[in-house]
Design a protein around this ligand. Structure first.
Ligand code: PHB
Ligand code: FE
Length: 329
């Protein structure tokens, strides 16, 4: 049965359990953790996820403020962003759960689900584990509660107003704060020379995007490095597996800047497989608005995600006023 309710803000957390972790309630959902797993329950069912994947997914959902469209933690649990309020669901995008009528969906004000996810992520992340880092570059999340890693889990993604490196906007990265990643040791670090006409010195800017990305300390976390009206350039460095399965609510363009990413592309609603896309340097792909996708990067790689941030797009696509694909061939 699908239920929808709306509730006021406030984090509902229980006392620490035998493993030291609190249990969180959102509407009729509960979230609890033990040494290895996150457990999710709702009135018609329950679900279990490995805690590493659960924390990595929650970290993205929090840092991206629920992102565009659907953030599937796996093929059962996830969130839908309605930009102001958010659905939390179990089985909504899973054919078998829907047929068995054990799916469940509740709507929350953004602030309520956000505050709960922030509190849960902080409580459940032990010292030494960074959900944003690649598995090779961080410790493990297992075991009873042992310390915390608030600095890591409260990171926000870089969001430029116009472009990183422009005076007063997001700064470029330096050795002091962002050393070059082990897998990008060969990336040229020289910055472009700018020769502006007199009087235009404040209006011309350029930076080395490859150098910028080579210094990223996180994986699967697109930064908004340039903004031109609704056109958002969101490059990112990827290693291992995208911790969420993204259900698009608009077309996204991918430009593979270096190395290789393999994408599993499935139907947004049912989860049935639609395509496998292997992207090598220079490859460009448009991901349609009616799919879900998850990327696999065998080695740290650079990806440019190009988003149309227009708030009107989801409604236009839902009503058939805009297509789910970007170009008519
Ligand atoms: C996506 O869902 O399009 C996406 C999300 C995070 C990334 C890359 C792509 O790092
Ligand atoms: Fe996506």
């Amino acid at each position: 049965m699908t239920e929808t309710t709306t509730r006021a803000a406030g984090v509902r957390a229980g006392e620490p359990n035998a493993h030291g972790y609190r249990t969180y309630s959102l509407g009729e959902f509960t979230f609890s953790r033990d040494e290895y797993f996150a457990h999710v329950t709702w009135p018609t069912g329950s679900h279990v996820m490995s805690i590493d994947g659960f924390l990595r997914a929650t970290q993205r959902d929090v840092a991206w403020q629920f992102f565009y469209g659907v953030v599937n933690f796996d093929d059962v649990v996830g969130t839908i962003n309605h930009y102001g309020n958010v659905d939390l669901f179990a089985g909504t995008f899973n054919d078998a759960y829907r047929r068995a009528e054990v799916d469940h969906l509740e709507n929350f004000p953004h602030e309520e689900i956000f505050a709960t996810f922030v509190a849960m992520l902080d409580d459940w992340t032990n010292a030494g584990f960074d959900p944003f880092a690649s598995p090779e570059e961080t410790g493990t999340p297992w075991g009873d509660k042992a310390g915390s890693n608030t600095a890591a889990v409260s990171r926000k993604r870089v969001t430029a107003q116009r472009m990183v490196g422009v005076p007063g906007d997001e700064p470029l990265r330096s050795d002091a704060t962002h050393p070059i990643n082990r897998m990008f040791a060969d990336v040229d670090q020289s910055e472009p020379e700018i020769h502006a006409e007199p009087g235009f010195e404040d209006e011309v800017a350029a930076f080395n995007l490859f150098a910028y990305l080579s210094r990223s300390d996180v994986t699967w976390n697109p930064s908004v490095v340039s903004v031109c009206k609704d056109s958002l350039y969101c490059p990112t460095t990827e290693e291992y597996i995208l911790p969420i399965v993204h259900g698009n609510d608009r077309v996204e363009w991918f430009v593979q800047l270096s190395d290789q990413i393999e994408w599993e592309v499935a139907d947004k609603e049912s989860g049935s497989r639609r395509a496998r896309v292997v992207m090598r340097p220079g490859d460009v792909a448009a991901m349609p608005a009616d799919i879900r996708h998850q990327g696999y990067a065998p080695k740290r790689s650079m990806l440019l995600v190009w988003e149309n941030g227009s708030p009107e797009l989801p409604q236009m696509i839902a009503e058939g006023r805009a297509p789910t694909y970007p170009v008519e061939m």
